[in-house]
Design a binder for this molecule. Structure first.
Ligand code: SF4
Length: 350
């Protein structure tokens, strides 16, 4: 079955603010490479041989580029699916969890985002050979049930009016008995996928932060109230809805901020129909954190006194000292447990 992309092909999306469009020669044959430029209303288009010619150029400045990023349409030639570790999924995740990266980088620019440590470039890459990503997920699901996180490395729902990829993945999951997907978002773009509701194989997970933390560290993302309204609409349509408190942000007076935020969340949403709440604290690979700090001196969230924790199986992670980590997780867990049973609250290893 060919993917059905966004229904908005006659609309244009100036709000995406891309400065330029690069298209790999090999990408031009794919439907998305026609649909996306049509939505960008005459944006200058430059044909290139390979996305890495632009994306991997030396001497790029992530934050400078972020003010006016380019969009690159490319073909992925082999890496369609990755197995996720414990830091991606909740400790109690019942199925093997995978993720993919059909989109590199994000519409948003959260202060704490690890993408600024992962990529030299802030340009967005969209891999247009969606069928190959879907086929890889289906092949893996043929061997047993899996959960696929389609927005671990971007906010796919934020791009939905232009790319339409959440719709493609919802359809793919609905048509395969062993494929479940998770769409995690800081947008309120639920209406862009509403026609697919109730979509029982999809978990729509809204990232939640107190409004003062959202304003300070998640500029451009939907406000708390708008995310909650979108989540409520999704619940009423019968979608499976989850919540994600990750990272829990120790803003000033953070206990009161999270108390108010969680109270507002459960004033707006039906707790009976919250499938799960995941929670975690800031964590990053130490070399990513170094690059993130070099990239940004303008945010305290990257310059907190993190400690490097070495893991028994090798590897290391930079995160809060243990006392703060435990205080953050315990406090938010305790507030959540006033509304949700323990088996629906999933801390993520930090
Ligand atoms: S929404 Fe997620 S992926 Fe996008 S910038 Fe924020 S943290 Fe990064």
């Amino acid at each position: 079955m060919s993917p059905q992309y966004a229904p908005n092909s006659t609309k244009t999306f100036r709000s995406f603010r891309f400065s330029r469009l690069y298209v790999e020669r090999d990408a031009r044959a794919y439907p998305l490479a026609e649909q996306v430029p049509a939505g960008l209303d005459g944006l200058p288009l430059v044909e290139i041989d390979h996305y890495k010619d632009v994306f991997n150029r030396p001497g790029q400045d992530f934050q400078v580029q972020k003010r006016a990023p380019a969009l690159i349409l490319a073909v992925e030639r082999g890496n369609y699916l990755y197995r996720a570790g414990e830091r991606v999924c909740g400790c109690d995740a019942p199925l093997p969890v995978y993720y993919n990266d059909m989109v590199r980088n994000c519409l948003y620019n959260c202060d704490y985002c690890f993408l600024q440590g992962m990529h030299d470039s802030a340009h967005c890459v969209l891999f247009v050979n969606t069928e190959d990503f879907v086929a890889a997920a289906r092949r893996t699901a043929d061997r047993g049930e899996i959960t696929l996180s389609v927005s671990y490395l971007t906010d796919l729902l934020a791009f939905e009016p232009l790319f339409g990829l959440c719709g493609v993945w919802i359809d793919a999951a609905e048509s395969h008995p062993s494929l479940r997907i998770e769409i995690r978002t800081k947008s309120n773009n639920y209406r862009a996928i509403r026609s697919r509701a109730p979509a029982p194989s999809t978990l729509l997970s809204f990232s939640i932060s107190p409004e003062p933390a959202r304003k300070r560290y998640e500029p451009g993302c939907a406000g708390l109230r708008n995310r909650l309204f979108a989540a409520r609409e999704a619940q009423r349509d019968g979608m499976r809805v989850g919540l994600c408190f990750d990272p829990i942000l120790p803003v000033s007076d953070w206990r009161a901020a999270y108390d108010e935020c969680i109270a507002e969340t459960f004033r707006t949403l039906d707790p009976e129909r919250i499938e799960e709440a995941t929670l975690g604290v800031f964590r990053a690979a130490p070399d990513f954190l170094k690059r993130m700090r070099r990239s940004r001196s303008d945010t305290d969230v990257l310059h907190a006194p993190y400690v490097v924790q070495h893991e028994p199986e090798g590897g290391a992670v930079a995160t809060h000292p243990p006392e703060l980590r435990e205080a953050l997780v315990e406090h938010v867990s305790a507030r959540l447990s006033e509304h949700l049973p323990p088996d629906r609250i999933h801390p993520i290893h930090g």
